[in-house]
Design a protein around this ligand. Structure first.
Ligand code: HSE
Length: 371
C-alpha cells in the first residue's frame, strides 16, 4: 500500500478533502500517515475510525519515508519544507493545494476532467509535483471544459464573485460576525413592518462604520458590501488573483504562455461558499449557441447547464444552489451584442470541492493507479 503523508488535514480545504476521500473510499487504496505542525505525538482518530500517532510535519526524515505527500497546509509550509525534502533526495509525489509551486516548470496543475492528457504526459516525463489550481479559474475551466477542449476560446474576460471561504476560515467567521452585527442593529426596527426602509438602511450603514464592526481580516465591511481586490497588489493595477487567470489557464491546458488571453477583475462578495464568474468569451469560430451548449453539457458529468431564463437562473445558477455539491452550474449563455462570436456565460461552483479538494484527491488516485 502506498505510504501517503497527509498535512493540513484539519484546515478548511483539508477537512473537505478528508471527507471526500472517506466518501470515495480512497483511504482503502493508501496507507495514510497524519502529520501535524503543532501536535506531533498526539493521537488522531480518522474518519475511518482508525487511531494514528501524529508525526512531525517539520521532520524531513519522517516526510522522506512517504511515497506521496498531500498537503493543504499552505504556501509558507511548502516554501519552508519542500526544498529541504527534495534536497534530502526524496523522489516521492508532492500533491499540494497551495500556489507556491504552481507555476514552476517541475510542477503540473492538476484538473483532470480538463487536462488528464497533460497530467499523464507530465507524469511520464517524470514530473512529481501535482498542484491544485486557483479556485476561480479551475471552476470556470471545469464549467467550460467542452469549449476549451475543442480549442474554441480565443480570449476570455472573467469577472469573479468570490465567496468569503476562498480567503480562509477566519474570513468566514468574520463575515458571519459582520452579518450578525448588521442584523442585530436593525432587529427591533425590522420587527415593526411600519419602519421606513430608509431607517433600516441608515442603521445598517451606521453599524458598518462603528469601530467595533469586525473587519480585522478583510480590512473593510463585506456584509452589505463588496471588496474589489483579492490577494496581493502587483503594483501595476493588477491583483495577484487576476494575474493567475491567464497564466494558470494556459498552463492547465498545456499551451504556451499567452496562447489564450484571460483578464478581468476579481471581487470578494458576501457569499459564504462557492465562487461565481461572469465571463465574456470570444470564440475563434462562431459555432452558434446550440453547438456550444452541446459541447459544454457533454464534456463531463459535473456540468449543470442551466437554461438562460429567469426561473432556472435564479433557482439553479447560484452559490446557494450548488454549495456542498460537485455540480458546476453554467448558465446565462447568450450571444452578446458587442461583436461577432462574443458570448456571455456565468459559472458557479463550490470552490472547496472542484476549486480545491477534488482535483487533489483525483490526482492522488491517478498517482496511486500508476504506483
Ligand atoms: N484565492 C482564492 C480566494 C482561493 O481568495 O478566493 C482559492 O484559490
Amino acid at each position: 500500500m502506498t505510504k501517503t503523508g497527509l498535512i493540513g488535514w484539519r484546515g478548511m480545504v483539508g477537512s473537505v478533502l478528508m471527507k471526500r476521500m472517506h466518501e470515495e473510499r480512497d483511504f482503502r487504496r493508501i496507507t495514510p500517515f497524519y502529520f501535524s505542525a503543532s501536535a506531533s505525538g498526539a493521537t488522531h482518530r480518522d474518519l475511518e475510525g482508525n487511531a494514528h500517532t501524529l508525526l512531525d510535519a517539520a521532520s524531513v526524515e519522517r516526510l522522506g519515508e512517504m511515497d506521496i505527500i498531500v498537503t493543504c497546509q499552505g504556501g509558507d509550509y511548502t516554501k519552508s519544507i519542500y526544498p529541504a525534502l527534495r534536497a534530502s533526495g526524496w523522489r516521492g509525489y508532492w500533491i499540494d493545494a497551495a500556489s507556491a509551486k504552481r507555476m514552476d516548470d517541475d510542477s503540473l496543475i492538476v484538473l483532470d476532467p480538463v487536462n488528464r492528457e497533460q497530467i499523464d504526459a507530465g507524469l511520464d516525463q517524470g514530473i512529481r509535483n501535482l498542484i491544485g489550481g486557483n479556485c476561480s479559474i479551475t471552476l470556470s475551466l471545469i464549467g467550460l471544459t467542452g469549449l476549451f477542449k475543442a480549442g474554441l476560446v480565443d480570449w476570455m474576460s472573467i469577472m469573479t464573485y468570490q465567496a468569503a471561504s476562498g480567503a480562509g476560515a477566519k474570513y468566514v467567521r468574520e463575515l458571519l460576525t459582520q452579518m450578525a452585527s448588521l442584523s442585530s442593529h436593525v432587529a427591533t426596527e425590522l420587527r415593526d413592518p411600519s419602519t421606513p426602509v430608509a431607517t433600516l438602511l441608515e442603521k445598517a450603514r451606521a453599524a458598518q462604520h462603528q469601530p467595533s464592526f469586525a473587519q480585522k481580516e478583510f480590512g473593510a465591511p463585506l456584509a452589505g458590501s463588496i471588496i474589489p481586490w483579492i490577494d496581493s497588489d502587483l503594483g501595476n493595477g493588477v491583483s495577484r488573483e487576476e494575474w493567475k487567470g491567464e497564466v494558470e489557464t494556459n498552463k492547465i491546458l498545456g499551451l504556451p504562455p499567452g496562447s489564450i488571453r484571460v483578464d478581468g477583475l476579481c471581487v470578494r462578495i458576501a457569499a459564504l461558499q462557492s465562487h461565481s464568474a461572469s465571463i465574456t468569451l470570444k470564440l475563434k469560430e462562431d459555432i452558434g449557441q446550440d453547438a456550444m451548449e452541446k459541447l459544454i453539457r457533454e464534456a463531463h458529468d459535473w456540468v449543470d447547464l442551466v437554461p438562460n431564463n429567469k426561473a432556472d437562473s435564479i433557482g439553479r445558477l447560484s452559490p446557494a444552489a450548488v454549495s456542498g455539491s460537485l455540480r458546476v452550474a453554467v448558465g446565462r449563455l447568450r450571444p452578446m451584442s458587442v461583436g461577432e462570436g462574443v458570448y456571455s456565460v456565468l459559472t458557479t461552483g463550490d470552490q472547496l470541492l472542484w476549486g480545491a479538494a477534488e482535483p487533489l484527491r483525483r490526482a492522488l488516485n491517478i498517482v496511486v493507479d500508476r504506483h
